[in-house]
Ligand binder design. Sequence first.
Ligand SMILES: [Zn+2]
Length: 294
Amino acid sequence: MKRLKPSFSLLPLLILLACKSTAQWEGQEPIQIVETIDLPVQIQTKQTFDLGNGLYFSNQMEGARLNDALRLNDSLIRVTILPENEPINPSPWYAFKLWSAEPQNFWIEFTYGERGFHRYYPKFSLDGKVFSNMDSSDFFLPKTESGGPKSAFLKVNSQSDTLWIAAQDRMGTEHVEEWKKALLQKDFVEVIPIGKSKAGRPLEVLKIGEADDSEMLMVISMQHPPELTGYLAMQAFMEEIIKDSPEARKFRSKYNLYLMPQMNPDGVANGHWRHNLGGIDLNRDWVNFNQPET
Ligand SMILES: [Zn+2]
């Protein structure tokens, strides 16, 4: 197969061509091979925090990340968001839900332990599925010298109906499964079970195409749980490929695609910043293949 030059705009969705990972792309430094044998992971305790005045914060849902919540005063709740293990590239994913018996206004202070910093603009949802940006007038990011803001402040109105707050515009894997089901309606799409994740979740590849396998492309996304943007780009690409248009039909008659939309289901389910349940960055395991997902 002809080796393509990866374009930077496609990097988030990582199109992986069948080649040895020690290969060097044009314009790229030689790949550094790092250790990828399991490291211990700190599993977050699933719990609901009773913050007084009838206010509750909870991480009891798939995809949540909320390690602690503490009331500092009448109008300020401090939340702590910690990584699954370290060392880690700081992509501080957070996701939690909150509610109160009576409507309340207060601020949430986000904190990230030693090495983390506030990275993702907060989104909210009223059903846990559809997320929108918080109003910018309700969000305050203190200036810091270097290494990113150590904290952030978000003004919230809580009610008896649950409010979800998250770092990206959806959480969990339910939407991935629904989308896979929709793709499988097409008769040129089939599902191939390929194994199980560290925690025993099924790993599946969708084969898309009407070609023989002389030319094929493997597409993966969300090795790193917070990378919803790469997932959405991949989704838009796939929606184009499965269309009943002359271009899409031509593409499918030449190439088969092997699609893994969700590379790290354990990491997503546990609200990890970056790693799988083996405490490893899967995108560093394409030489050693120590982790079941790779
Ligand atoms: Zn990544």
